[in-house]
Design a protein around this ligand. Structure first.
Ligand SMILES: [Zn+2]
Ligand SMILES: [Zn+2]
Length: 126
């Protein structure tokens, strides 16, 4: 693993904010002032392919990255786009019929809750 990739992984594991590539770039730049945005993008892709980070692709929004690869779900604010973690054990795996998709072997599932975060609810009420 290159030093750049190591720093990106370390910085991503420090936060719970599920940053975009641009935000990761800002975080990493404090330690690696010469790193380019393209390098950050490329390393994030490599890390997600290797299963070292999670890539959260939500239609219509910028891709976000998660340094926490343990089994968990996400809640996303429809107003500001904030992404919060939900422990997997709050939503146990539902009973899925064996032949739900022919020939498909299900290993898990991810849940994404949509709504408004506390700050956006407060802003809306004000
Ligand atoms: Zn919000
Ligand atoms: Zn997460």
């Amino acid at each position: 693993m290159t030093r750049q990739r190591k720093v990106i992984l370390e910085e991503l594991k420090k936060v719970k904010s599920h940053p975009t590539a641009d935000q990761v770039y800002e975080m990493v730049r404090k330690r690696l002032p010469r790193i380019s945005l393209a390098t950050v993008y490329r390393n994030l892709e490599t890390l997600s392919t290797a299963g070292e980070v999670l890539k959260l692709e939500i239609s219509g929004t910028q891709r976000r990255y998660d340094g926490d690869t343990s089994d968990h779900h996400h809640a996303r604010c429809a107003m500001c786009g904030a992404v919060m973690d939900i422990p997997a054990d709050l939503f146990p795996m539902p009973e899925i019929p064996e032949d739900v998709v022919e020939g498909f072997d299900i290993s898990g599932y991810r849940l994404e809750l949509t709504g408004l975060c506390r700050e956006c609810r407060a802003a809306k009420a004000a």
